[in-house]
Design a binder for this molecule. Structure first.
Ligand SMILES: [Zn+2]
Ligand SMILES: [Zn+2]
Ligand SMILES: [Zn+2]
Length: 365
C-alpha cells in the first residue's frame, strides 16, 4: 500500500480514512486517480448527497459522490454517480440483510480488506472485471454462516466468503484446527481471487493456439502440477492424510500441497502479500541495512526498500528477505509471533517468479 497525504493539509492519512485527524477535512479515496482527496459537503449548488472535492490549493471544485455504502459500512471510496456503489462495493452481489447487525459489522470489515485487494490488483495493472455486468468476471458473495452454512471458495469468478472469518475467536480456532501458521481475511480474499486470475492470466492470457500461451501453461504445469487433476480425490486425500512432511521444501504452505490449483492460488496470494508489504515499506521509506543474513546468496542488499516493480521479481525478493527478517525480529521483540511465518524454498521462489511473469504479461509490461 502506498502512503497517502491529506489533500488539504498534506499530513499523512491512511488508505482507510474518511477524516483527516489533523485538519478535520472529510476525505475519500478516488479510485480513478488512486489518491485520497479532501471533500467539502453541503455545497449550496449541489443539494443532497453531492459533495465537492477540494483538490489541494486549486479553486476549481469538481462534483463527486461518496459510495452508496458510505453510511452503511463506512466505505471511503468515491462512486461514479450519486447513489451508486464504488468500484469495489459494486463487485459484491450478496451481503448480509439490513437487519443483521452482526453480519453488517463483519461485512464492513470484509469490504475494508476487499478495497485493499482491489487497490493492489489495479496497482499491479491487472484486469478487474465486474462479473455482474460481464460473464466470467469477478463477483463476491459475502455471507454469514450464522444464518446458513457457507463455504469460502471460488467458482468461475464467484468468490464466496464466510463472514464468520471476521470473528477472531472463530478464525483462530480454524487456524489451529487446520495447523496453519497464518490465517487472515485479506489472505482468504487474495487466495480466492488467485483462482480467477489463473483463468485470466494463464489459461486465457493469449489465444489458446498461440505458442507463447502453450509455453506458459506448460511451464505452469511443470511448476505447480497439472491443474486438471481430479479435485475431489485430491481433497479427500488431503483431509485424510494431510500434507507430506517435507512440504516446506517445495510449497509455500501445507494447503498448497492439496492440488495444483491450490498451489497456484496460495502462491498468487503470497505474491500479493509481498508486493503490498514492499510497496508499504518503500512508501514509508523503510531502510534495512543489516545485519547480513547468511542465507542471502547475493549479499548485495543494503539500504532503502524500493517500490516493487512488476516483471522484476528477483529485485523484489532481494529487498523482501532482509525486510521480512527485520519485521519478524521486531514482532518477536514485542512478544508476538513472526509477522511473516513463511520460508521461501527455491522451488517456491521459482513459482513466485512465474506469477510475476504472468502478471507482467497481462499488464503489458
Ligand atoms: Zn488534513
Ligand atoms: Zn464502496
Ligand atoms: Zn483455493
Amino acid at each position: 500500500m502506498r502512503a497517502f497525504a491529506c489533500s488539504v493539509c498534506r499530513r499523512l492519512v491512511t488508505f482507510e480514512g474518511s477524516l483527516c485527524l489533523h485538519c478535520g477535512a472529510d476525505l475519500a479515496f478516488d479510485p480513478g486517480a488512486a489518491e485520497i482527496v479532501g471533500l467539502r459537503t453541503g455545497v449550496a449548488q449541489h443539494e443532497g448527497d453531492g459533495v465537492e472535492v477540494v483538490p489541494g490549493d486549486t479553486d476549481a471544485p469538481v462534483e463527486r459522490w461518496r459510495c452508496a455504502n458510505a453510511e452503511l459500512i463506512g466505505c471511503n471510496w468515491l462512486a461514479a454517480a450519486d447513489g451508486e456503489l464504488c468500484a469495489s462495493c459494486t463487485l459484491t452481489r450478496t451481503r448480509p440483510a439490513d437487519g443483521d447487525a452482526e453480519g453488517l459489522e463483519r461485512f464492513a470489515s470484509a469490504e475494508r480488506s476487499k478495497r485493499r485487494l482491489i487497490f493492489e490488483l489495479r496497482e499491479l495493472g491487472l484486469p478487474v472485471v465486474d462479473g455482474q455486468g460481464t460473464d466470467g468476471g469477478l463477483v463476491f458473495e459475502l455471507l454469514s454462516s450464522a444464518n446458513a452454512p457457507v463455504t469460502t471458495g471460488h467458482a468461475d469468478g464467484v468468490i464466496t466468503m464466510d463472514l464468520a472469518e471476521e470473528d477472531d475467536a472463530h478464525r483462530e480456532t480454524m487456524r489451529l484446527q487446520l495447523h496453519e501458521r497464518y490465517r487472515t481475511v485479506l489472505g482468504h480474499l487474495r487466495h480466492e481471487v488467485g483462482h480467477w486470475y489463473w483463468t485470466v492470466l494463464v489459461e486465457g492470457a493469449l489465444a489458446p493456439d498461440d505458442d507463447d500461451h502453450r509455453a506458459l501453461v506448460e511451464r505452469a504445469r511443470e511448476l505447480f502440477g497439472d491443474e486438471r487433476e481430479d479435485y475431489g480425490a485430491a481433497l479427500d486425500r488431503h483431509y485424510a492424510q494431510g500434507a507430506p512432511e517435507d512440504w516446506p521444501a517445495r510449497h509455500v504452505s501445507a494447503y498448497s500441497t492439496m492440488h495444483p490449483a491450490e498451489d497456484w492460488a496460495e502462491t498468487f496470494a503470497h505474491y500479493l502479500h509481498l508486493w503490498d508489504a514492499l510497496q508499504t515499506a518503500a512508501s514509508y521509506r523503510v531502510a534495512v541495512a543489516g545485519p547480513e543474513h547468511v542465507a542471502d546468496p547475493a549479499g548485495t542488499f543494503a539500504g532503502r526498500i524500493e517500490a516493487p516493480r512488476v516483471g522484476r521479481f528477483p529485485e523484489a525478493l532481494e529487498q523482501w528477505l532482509p525486510l521480512s527478517y527485520a519485521l519478524n525480529a521486531l514482532n518477536r521483540s514485542l512478544g508476538n509471533e513472526d509477522l511473516y511465518p513463511f520460508v521461501l524454498a527455491p522451488p517456491v521462489v521459482e513459482k513466485l517468479a512465474f506469477v510475476d511473469r504472468a502478471v507482467a504479461l497481462a499488464a503489458g509490461r
